[in-house]
Design a protein around this ligand. Structure first.
Ligand code: DX5
Ligand code: ZN
Length: 224
């Protein structure tokens, strides 16, 4: 049976009460998803390194760092060294993906590689065997609360086919953007096993219950 993972993104959580917001999801979520934006790779800016380090150190669950920055070559390793469980960089942001993969691994974290909606799977296919997680963006990176791009599902399916041909332990297949109680099943059916969820959780009255409902859909399908 597939193991599924829910990774709450705190991008749109209440930033003035982050420890409390994190506590609301910590018992039910597998990983905390931390979106780092530099206002260059994407038109938005979030947590600086000191803030990120504090969140990584204080989080009660492992932290999944998603770097939306132009210079992962120099910066990715420091998030790994700061204690992130995984560090994901964007393929589009570097000319040396193999070097970034090695730097994250050398820092002691799992290695994730992300692709934006317009990036074809074929150009990253050669790297999939060398990473621990492939992130297929289901929105244009930059902001929470956007609509799920269901036209990314063929890309997820293709990635699932490639991953299933690899020996264990196989890389995880993550989706990020617009995941909710109404879209998670389509992403899972296409082959995703790791789900970033931002606004759908933090807008819910009780994010923990929303996570349990999502896992129920993942494990049993939608109840009629
Ligand atoms: C967007 C970020 C996402 C974002 C997801 O660029 O990478 O992680 O927080 O938020 P929702 O789930 O609201 O689309
Ligand atoms: Zn993200």
């Amino acid at each position: 049976m597939t193991s599924f993972r829910i990774c709450p993104s705190i991008l749109n959580a209440d930033q003035d009460r982050l420890p409390q917001e994190i506590a609301r999801i910590a018992l039910d979520a597998e990983l905390l998803h931390l979106d780092i934006m530099d206002n260059i790779f994407v038109p938005n800016k979030t947590f600086d390194f000191a803030q990120s380090k504090a969140i990584i150190e204080e989080s009660p669950i492992p932290v999944d760092v998603h770097l939306m920055i132009t210079d992962p070559d120099h910066l990715a390793a420091s998030y790994a060294q700061a204690g992130a469980a995984s560090v994901t960089f964007h393929f589009e942001a570097t000319t040396d993906p193999a070097g970034v993969i090695a730097s994250i691994r050398g820092g002691g974290a799992r290695v994730g590689m992300a692709i934006k909606p317009k990036t074809e799977l074929e150009i990253v296919a050669q790297f999939i065997a060398d990473i621990d997680m492939l992130l297929i963006m289901t929105v244009e990176p930059g902001f929470g609360g956007q609509s799920f791009m269901s036209d990314m599902m063929p890309k997820v399916k293709k990635a699932r086919t490639i991953i299933d041909l690899l020996p264990n332990p196989r890389p995880w297949l993550q989706v990020d953007g617009g995941i909710s109680l109404t879209t998670i099943e389509a992403a899972a059916t296409a082959g995703a096993d790791t789900f970033v969820v931002g606004s759908a959780l933090f807008k819910a009255e009780d994010p923990a219950i929303a996570i349990r409902e999502m896992k129920n859909i993942l494990n049993h399908g939608r109840l009629a």
